[in-house]
Design a protein around this ligand. Structure first.
Ligand code: BV8
Ligand code: ZN
Length: 256
């Protein structure tokens, strides 16, 4: 166990992952950074630099100015459509394909894990390519990328917002249940590309530790999880996750 980006830590973590009965991976905006998608706090770049994403991603902002909030999501949808999964996303899909017992919970709304081929992604904060009616719960697809105003709900005629979880909104019950169960049962918790500041996703690491899991983190920067991690790898997901997978490939995963 240790911290830093030494090859020794990488080898130790690879061994721990190869022996694990259950692995919970939690990803944040950082894993999509190498696909060219700004992390949440950087989502205020260019025209959007004048706005605070933490304020735009709220029901209050949408009620106050649906056109503004809708165009922010339409802009982000355009960025994501033009982006591709990167080697970090692909490495997690490869871990699953190797037969490792991985549950993937993502805070991201970009759908890139699915596009990289990971099956059964737990979308903790929803998905930007869906629309959701906050009045009646009706869910639909994102629709016209050029629409300047959100569509009306076909069921109740309210304005539909993006199918993401805004600040102040509850995490979808099935995602919360799946994430909590995975945290309770895992013996390795791997946090990738998240500053671990947003609740309740940020509490999954402690929940996993309480269940006896080893804690690992991949992030070029340190976060408030870093000091509590058994393995802290300082570097980009697009490099370190493929390095873990090549180590796992050279072992027989599940051989114990
Ligand atoms: C809820 C969808 C209750 C929207 C998102 C005061 C204190 C504590 C908590 C609260 C508080 N006041 C309110 C709260 C609760 C609040 C919260 O946590 N607020 C925060 C700001 C303090 N949480 C909520 O409101 C949640 N709901 O609590 O509901 C409830 C219960 C029942 C009934 C009703 C209500 C809902 C939270 C969900 C918000 N929605 N996303 C959208 O996308 O538009 S969260 C959003 O921000 C992102 O999804 C992301 O998860 C999060 C953080 O964004 P970023 O900072 O960009 O990303 P990240 O944190 O992942 O940081 C990037 C990291 O990547 C960095 O560390 C960087 O170093 C690293 N990195 C960069 N490059 C790389 C890299 N890593 C690896 N490789 C690289 N190449
Ligand atoms: Zn409706």
């Amino acid at each position: 166990m240790g911290t830093g980006d030494s090859p020794g830590i990488l080898a130790e973590l690879t061994d721990t992952l190869a022996r694990a009965r259950r692995i919970l991976v939690l990803t944040g905006a950082g894993i999509s950074a190498e696909s060219g998608i700004p992390t949440f706090r950087e989502a205020g770049t260019g025209f959007w630099a004048q706005y605070n994403p933490l304020e735009l991603a709220t029901p209050e902002a949408f009620d106050r100015d649906p056109r503004l909030v809708w165009s922010w999501y339409q802009w982000r949808r355009g960025l994501i459509r033009a982006a591709d999964p990167n080697p970090g996303h692909q490495a997690l899909a490869a871990m699953q394909a190797l037969g490792l017992p991985v549950t993937l919970v993502t805070q991201n709304v970009d759908g890139l894990h699915q596009r990289a081929g990971f099956e059964g992604v737990v979308e903790f904060h929803g998905n930007i390519f869906r629309n959701r009616c906050r009045t009646c719960g009706n869910v639909g697809r994102a629709g016209d990328p050029a629409a300047e105003m959100p569509p009306r709900c076909p069921a109740c005629d309210s304005l539909m917002g993006p199918g993401v979880v805004w600040f102040g909104e509850a995490i979808p019950a099935d995602a919360l249940r799946a994430a909590d169960a995975a945290a309770d049962e895992c013996d390795v918790f791997l946090s990738v590309g998240t500053s671990a500041l947003v609740a309740p996703a940020s509490s999954l690491a402690d929940r996993a530790r309480a269940g006896g899991a080893a804690i690992a983190e991949i992030n070029p920067a340190s976060t408030d999880l870093t000091d509590r991690a058994d393995y802290a790898l300082a570097g980009p997901a697009g490099t370190l996750l493929p390095a873990l997978v090549s180590g796992l490939r050279s072992r027989d995963p599940g051989a114990g």
